[in-house]
Design a protein around this ligand. Sequence first.
Ligand code: FES
Ligand code: FES
Length: 170
Amino acid sequence: MKAETREVTVSVNGRELTRRTEVRTLLSDFLRHELGFTGTHVGCEHGVCGACTVLVDGVPLRSCLTLAVQVDGSAVETVEGLAPEGELSRMQQAMRDEHGLQCGFCTPGILMSLLAAERDGVSCERACTDVLGGHICRCTGYQGIRAAIRLRWAELEHEAAAPHGEETPA
Ligand code: FES
Ligand code: FES
């Protein structure tokens, strides 16, 4: 029996893309295999590890638990969108400065959740606990990641306190 297919249009990092795909295609597979955004990693495929996290209309979602057809018409943000010109985002730089990664497998998902947390004005403590708690890292012991979060949130605090016009880019 032939699998049912449907056309799906998504804006990925600001670029509108359309592909016909099977209705059972997961968003993670759609992004990776059909659109070429391989920065979204797939670990457990069961919604546990958080590696596959992307933003859909600004909300962090496990792309391994989401069907591509469910996000038809939505704006999707992936890790590739954080450094479109190759220059690291401030959070990426903080991860680098504080040794917040080793193999890097978990990193894209963590960065996307932290981006949403930054935008939502989540406190540093909640970013280090609730937000990071949704992600499994098998390498770092989390200390470097927490140090990177504290570094970035200190920057945000500084920006908030600075006179208008001194903000640093996300
Ligand atoms: S691959 Fe999606 S949560 Fe682990
Ligand atoms: S850095 Fe290897 S899983 Fe997190």
